[in-house]
Write a protein that binds this ligand. Structure first.
Ligand SMILES: [Zn+2]
Length: 258
């Protein structure tokens, strides 16, 4: 890892990470380090982390996690980075496929939760758009339902390094959207990522019975655009909802500029 202030390498000494210019970053009790330059809290708050954790542990995304793990294993990465790792639901499993693993997210409560569960991965509070890693230092990275920081991902990946992305498939959350909108718009097809070539992609889907539909809605990007009537409708679903989970799992190779 690199210092977020001067970009010199960070040396891990005891419970502190420090660079040669004496910038110090203390490791938290759970083991993570905060390298964010923002002092204000951002990302998921503690309540959201708790709700999401309970939701994820019920298993609706387990089949997706298994498919990503199989893709990652074939790459045999020495160094692995999870971009926007949240509470580490994917990271703690994927870290087993690498010698060295990192997870980065802006949310302190999410990172604290992740670090408390997983001692193998070094968790970092920081921005995916300003990664505290050296150029060409990572073999494989994942970006799962997060915005894709193409330029930063290309910078930190080694030549011919790999990026795995998960984006919503056309039918993703169809039944949930049907509850909210008079006319459901399908998700757009896969878009290219600058600096990367698409090596492989697969669409995987499963219909899952969701008990806590409200938490599912809160985890989606459309939650903030949902009118009050839509929220009330979701809250009134006492028996849950069968929802299609449809993902596009893509493997990208960094284009070597040399
Ligand atoms: Zn420094």
């Amino acid at each position: 890892m690199n210092c977020p202030i001067c970009h010199e390498p960070l040396i891990h000494e005891g419970r502190t990470f420090k660079c040669k210019n004496s910038h110090n970053f203390d490791q938290a009790r759970q083991g993570y380090v905060n390298l964010s330059r923002k002092q204000k809290a951002s990302g998921d708050n503690a309540l959201m982390v708790k709700a999401r954790t309970a939701f994820l542990e019920a298993g609706p995304y387990d089949f997706l996690r298994q498919a990503i793990l199989e893709t990652l294993r074939k790459l045999h990465p020495d160094t692995y980075l999870d971009l926007g790792c949240g509470q580490g639901y994917y990271t703690h499993v994927f870290s087993q496929a690498a010698k060295e693993a990192y997870g980065i997210d802006l949310s302190v409560p999410a990172i604290a939760h992740a670090a408390g569960q997983d001692k193998k991965t070094q968790y970092v509070v920081g921005s995916i758009y300003d990664l505290p890693f050296a150029d060409k230092s990572i073999d494989a990275a994942t970006s799962i339902f997060t915005p894709i920081p193409a330029q930063e991902a290309a910078r930190v990946l080694k030549d011919n390094g790999y990026l795995i992305t998960v984006t919503p498939g056309t039918m993703h959350h169809y039944e949930l959207k049907e509850q909210l909108y008079a006319q459901v718009r399908f998700n757009p097809p896969l878009e290219p990522i600058q600096g990367f070539e698409l090596v492989d992609h697969q669409e995987i889907s499963q219909v899952v019975h969701v008990d806590d539909v409200m938490t599912l809605l809160e985890m989606t990007p459309y939650f903030y655009k949902t009118p009050k009537a839509g929220i009330e409708k979701i809250q009134s679903l006492k028996n849950g909802l069968d929802v299609t989970f449809d993902f596009v799992l893509s493997l990208w190779r960094k284009i070597d500029e040399s």
